[in-house]
Design a protein around this ligand. Structure first.
Ligand SMILES: [Zn+2]
Ligand SMILES: [Zn+2]
Length: 140
C-alpha cells in the first residue's frame, strides 16, 4: 500500500485521496447495497473521516439504515459510480467503495455483513468473518 491512497469514479469527475490506511475493510450483502452496486455486494473501505479528501461533485441519496438513522450514499452524478458512504450513526468515518480505488492489490475484506441476504451462488473465503446481519458495535 502506498503512502497516499487514491481513487475515483468511472468518468474521473470525482477523485479522492486518503493519507492514512483504512481502519477496516468489509463487504455488505444487504438488499440496499446489492441494488446500489448492481452486484452481489458492496466493498466498504473504512477510513477516519479526516483522512479522506474528496474533489469533484458528489450527489447524495439518503435513507434510513436498519437502526433508523440516516445513511448517505454519495455517487458521481455524471457516471453513476458509487464512491462513498457516510452514516449519521458513525460521523467519524467515511466508507470508500473498494471498486473505486486506483490500486486494489491490497484490498482484503475480512468481514461480511448481511450474509442472510447473500446471493446463493456466492461463497466467500474462509478468511472473511460472516455476520448474518449487522452486529452491534461494528463500525463500517
Ligand atoms: Zn464519474
Ligand atoms: Zn449494505
Amino acid at each position: 500500500m502506498s503512502e497516499l491512497i487514491t481513487g475515483g469514479c468511472l468518468c474521473g469527475a470525482v477523485r479522492y485521496q486518503a493519507d492514512a490506511p483504512p481502519q477496516s475493510m468489509g463487504v455488505c450483502q444487504c438488499e440496499r447495497c446489492q441494488r446500489q452496486s448492481g452486484s452481489a455486494f458492496l466493498i466498504a473501505t473504512v477510513f477516519a473521516r479526516q483522512a479522506v479528501t474528496v474533489t469533484g461533485q458528489l450527489t447524495t441519496f439518503s435513507a434510513s439504515d436498519e437502526s433508523g438513522s440516516a445513511l448517505h450514499r454519495h455517487f458521481c452524478p455524471q457516471c453513476g459510480s458509487a464512491v462513498m458512504i457516510t452514516l449519521d450513526r458513525y460521523p467519524d468515518i467515511r466508507s470508500m467503495m473498494g471498486g473505486t480505488l486506483d490500486d486494489k492489490s491490497w484490498l482484503k475484506p475480512d468481514f461480511s455483513l448481511w450474509t442472510s441476504n447473500a446471493q446463493p451462488w456466492l461463497t466467500l473465503p474462509d478468511t472473511v468473518r460472516l455476520h448474518d446481519e449487522y452486529p452491534d458495535g461494528l463500525v463500517s
